[in-house]
Ligand binder design. Structure first.
Ligand SMILES: Cc1cc2nc3c(=O)[nH]c(=O)nc-3n(C[C@H](O)[C@H](O)[C@H](O)COP(=O)(O)OP(=O)(O)OC[C@H]3O[C@@H](n4cnc5c(N)ncnc54)[C@H](O)[C@@H]3O)c2cc1C
Length: 435
């Protein structure tokens, strides 16, 4: 592989994608597959920011039943199915168990009804999915069966358990790289360790970006008919580089920090929603088996800094462990049991200083409409699960803006080749890569 930013900059593109997280690579893949000339730049390593920190769940949206948001549920169900279909080697079905009893929202009858509705709403969840990856119906477990999975669960009011199926991504980074590889196979150019440090503008039209090689400091101009901002938590900082944005720039999301722990395995075979009451706050902590570990989370707090670069401090880590041990005393987790701390940012709604209400739906901004700035689109993603679908909508918009014939999206049906590193990962993904 030859790293040659000058060569990338010498060409003109339909789309320049900024940011190589799951949203950026999905946009690049879809756009390249639909015949657009695509370049993508990533400031660090592909997929190493928020996308590397997810709990790896492909959500079927059962929680949206609480608010009767069936369209959102259907979207999540379709997207879960799409990943199981196109990336079977990198995903698997994952049973989830939620103890019933105690609060009204976890009443056995209510959850029986919820599982039934979930099965009805997801009637086509297995269409086109490998038979061995089919997601069975949900069901209610007896108290004894629930305790067989969770011996030592402290809540004496537990009456049984609600069991349903979602899916898990086995390796989010590998999946992202497989999508990146698919984009490149369709002709996209992609380079890491390269930051967008400015925009090329003619008046109120964005015509490309200035990219700076972080390895040697050299800058180049890349011309593109459309620039797609997929910079995740860094989107607002990136948009601050655009000249002439409106006084109330869009998007203006507040950010929440989000933490997961990777620990010694505390519950095997099944993901669990652990009822937790901690420091006066009741909520559900999730733990999912992953490799020989448990993924546990997610802890959120409003982010008040200005340049997202998250380090989890010791006090926060201790508080997380204490909450897990209180919710599930058999865990007995200590610092020595923590293998990794995953920390990232998610968009949240503005609100009271101590409350986090995450943004539920991904948003696509056409800045021609929001800021009278043509040639620029921002994609703000909220879930790994829905990245493919959001990318589809973003590329539909791009085709319209470019005045191209609508080409149907194929990504929900195109199997992603499993990129299995033949060599150790450090050698296959050296510090700087250009495709
Ligand atoms: C703790 C946690 C748990 C989660 N769990 C789940 C889950 O179980 N299931 C689920 O579906 N979702 C989950 N999510 C959400 C999901 O991970 C995110 O929605 C998704 O990864 C966001 O992807 P992204 O591409 O928008 O952002 P990122 O992955 O952050 O990508 C943005 C990229 O832009 C790059 N960039 C920024 N500025 C520039 C620049 N100037 N030039 C070039 N590149 C730039 C960054 O380096 C970065 O790589 C979780 C998130 C967190 C934090």
């Amino acid at each position: 592989m030859k790293r040659d930013l000058a060569d990338i900059a010498a060409q003109t593109y339909d789309l320049l994608v900024i940011g190589g997280g799951i949203y950026g690579v999905c946009v690049a893949w879809d756009a390249a597959q639909r015949g657009l000339r695509v370049a993508m730049v990533e400031r660090g390593e592909f997929g190493a920011a928020t996308s590397a920190n997810s709990l790896k769940t492909l959500h079927g949206g059962l929680r949206y039943l609480q608010e009767a948001n069936l369209p959102r549920m259907r979207l999540m169900i379709r997207e879960r199915r799409a990943w199981l279909r196109i990336a079977p080697d990198l995903t698997r079905p994952l049973p989830f168990l939620l103890p019933t009893g105690g609060k009204l929202s976890r009443h056995r009858l209510l959850l029986t009804a919820a599982l039934l509705i979930n099965d009805l709403v997801s009637w086509d969840r297995n269409r086109g999915v490998r038979p061995e990856w089919h997601l069975p119906h949900g069901r209610i477990l007896s108290r004894a069966d629930c305790f067989a999975h969770l011996p030592g669960l402290p809540d004496s009011r537990v009456s049984g358990g609600a069991l349903w199926y979602d899916a898990q991504i086995l390796d989010t980074e590998k999946l992202l790289r497989a999508i990146l590889q698919a984009a490149i196979t369709h002709g996209a150019r992609a380079v890491n360790q390269t930051a967008v440090t400015g925009f090329i503008q003619q008046g109120r039209r964005v015509q490309g970006a200035i990219i700076t090689d972080r390895l040697n400091g050299q800058s180049h101009e890349v011309q593109a008919s459309l620039v797609v901002n997929c910079a995740g938590a860094w989107s607002d900082g990136l948009l601050a580089l655009v000249d002439g944005r409106s006084a109330t720039p869009t998007p203006t999301f507040h950010l929440s920090t989000a933490i997961n722990l990777v620990t010694r395995q505390i519950v095997p075979n099944v993901a669990v929603g652990l009822p937790s009451r901690w420091q006066g706050r009741a909520r559900i902590l999730f733990t999912a088996p992953w490799q020989d570990c448990s993924l546990i989370g997610t802890w959120h707090a409003p982010y008040t800094g200005t340049t997202p670069a998250y380090q989890v401090d010791e006090a926060t880590l201790d508080a997380c462990l204490a909450e897990v041990n209180a919710a599930y005393p058999p865990a007995q987790l200590t610092r020595a049991d923590v293998r990794q701390v995953h920390a990232g940012y998610l968009p949240m709604q503005p609100g009271p200083a101590d409350a986090v209400r995450l943004v539920r739906e991904s948003v696509i901004y056409d800045h021609a409409r929001t800021d009278q700035l043509d040639g620029l689109i921002s994609v703000i993603g909220v879930k790994y699960t829905t990245a493919r679908h959001t990318a589809e909508r973003a590329v539909d918009l791009a085709l319209r803006k470019l005045g191209r014939t609508a080409v149907p999206c194929q990504t929900a049906h195109t199997p992603i080749a499993h990129v299995s590193p033949a060599r150790p990962i450090d050698e296959e993904y050296p510090d700087a890569i250009t495709y």
